[in-house]
Design a protein around this ligand. Sequence first.
Ligand code: MSK
Length: 627
Amino acid sequence: MSEFTKPSAECSMWPGETGRLIDKARSEGVELAWDRLARQTPQCNFCEMGLSCAKCVMGPCRIIPGLDRDKGVCGADADLTVARNFGRFVAGGSAAHSDHGRDLVEVLHEIGTGKTEAYGIRDEEKLRRLAAEFGLKSDGDARQVAKDVAERLFQDYGTFGPGLAFLPRLPKARLELWEKLEITPRGIDREPVEMLHRTHMGVDCDPVSLCLHSARVALSDGWGGSMAGTEISDVIFGTPSPCKTKVNLGVLKEDKVNILVHGHSPVVSEMILLAAADPEILAEAKNAGAAGINIAGLCCTGNELLMRRGVPLAGNHMMTELTIVTGAVEAIVADYQCIMPSLVNISQCYHTKFVTTSDKGHFPGAERFHFTPGNALDLAKKVVRLAVEAFKKRDPARVLIPVEPVEVMSGFSNEAVLGALGGTPGPLIEAIKAGAVRGAVGIVGCNNPKLKQDHHHVTLARELVKKDILVLVTGCATSAMGKAGLLVPEGADQAGEKLAGLCRTLGIPPVLHVGSCVDNSRIMQLCAVLANALGVDVPALPVAASAPEWYSEKAAAIGLYAVATGVTTHLGLPPLILGSPLVTNLAVSGLNDVVGACFLVEPDPVKAGGLLDDLISRKRLALGLSA
Ligand code: MSK
């Protein structure tokens, strides 16, 4: 490996398993993201401000407002350059999650047309409910219903359809506002493609217009592609219900073949889970000297399996490299998104097989298996056998699993939450009115090596729950909450008196795990259910969102669809827009007058907790409730 830098002061402060594995990596000459970040620092100020443009070869240009370089060669100023860059950033994020959603719809179509035996329909009731919601025939042969639902959603990806199937879930006032602003998403593929068109030189030269189209792009994801991903995953693999499992690196087993599933999609990982239970392969693992085969998750693929199957979660984004450094991982099976290319090199420093499974995600040096719904189970068995073979090469002297696992509760789909409350939002609304739940905040998203890992997630969540604000968590924030003891009913001890009382009565944690990052659509849907039940638009609700440690284009798209839906969203790091006063002001205040919500940027999680608490108090007072 190349020479690595010394740990930063903050990095060396990390306690527990992270610090011990960083030390192990350094002693074994393994380079990590923190090392690369240190070497990349200071980072390009123009890029940080959104003021560099490399979209044509008259450039690249760097815009310096106020000096003689205040425009690019084409004449674009700082505002336009930032708006173009941000538009493409959001388009990238929307495309990623929406394309994931398409994969699920394609699997459903293959089920409906009888082209796959490996996959089936685990939640037929939900399938029929969706068909009825879309105005399709919902009785009769389930396969036919599956085909019809899939084909209805395929229409949403194109342009010639009756409009996105999930939009009628929203309050009428929200839909009318979007129509008036011309930001109603028309097609899941259409909006990101149109963004690429608009940001080509010489098309949309109005930064405000580009920002509004960014919102439309994000909405095509939140109320289109991501929502399809969540709903159809539930149909195929089952709608989550509360379950108990464990998180952190301690879920790796010293005496077993450890396989980590990584990425975002449940399509391949569900098959790996099935293959790992195959008696023949288990016998082979035993012959190789292992006590069994242990599957655990990373990032959002991990969240998918955690929610539906109670499969343990080994870690989040910034733990992915360190899992290999334990020396106890036989295979990482990756699909797509948030998979660091560095994992291939780090795997090669150990006995770990790095396996890719998607025709979209190529990693030179990886073992490549092209999964399709038709060959999925056969290939899954081959991958698991590869891991069993790798176990024979594990070096016990290099194994370090530095921590015990922590128990968590998961599986809080909207169906589970509302079902536990009698099937209607009424009891939840009563709890909000009585102040047992003063409001709710969705804490979502990634880690970022620029921030002390997990600290911002956990600190913010603790600030909120102690003020009787329920937290919903998705994505990579999940394992942080789990390690902090917030995902078990005993976490009520960290909550305010009223919320703690409610949690103890219901036997639930003060932070509810609602899924992976596509599952932020569950939070959007719950907001719509509550707003409809109260007869208000979404901005009236005492709710907010937060991405304290975000890094990805997808997180920007999520934040923007939340804001455009009417949910004010806190960010722990600013997007790359600060070079434009116009775009920045629009993001942090102007959007309030347009869509009734805006972004709130605050790096300090304690201060952010105070700001979100104030926001919720104001919303409660406006609803005629106590602050
Ligand atoms: S995986 S987008 S690091 S949450 Fe969804 Fe985690 Fe963020 Fe990727």
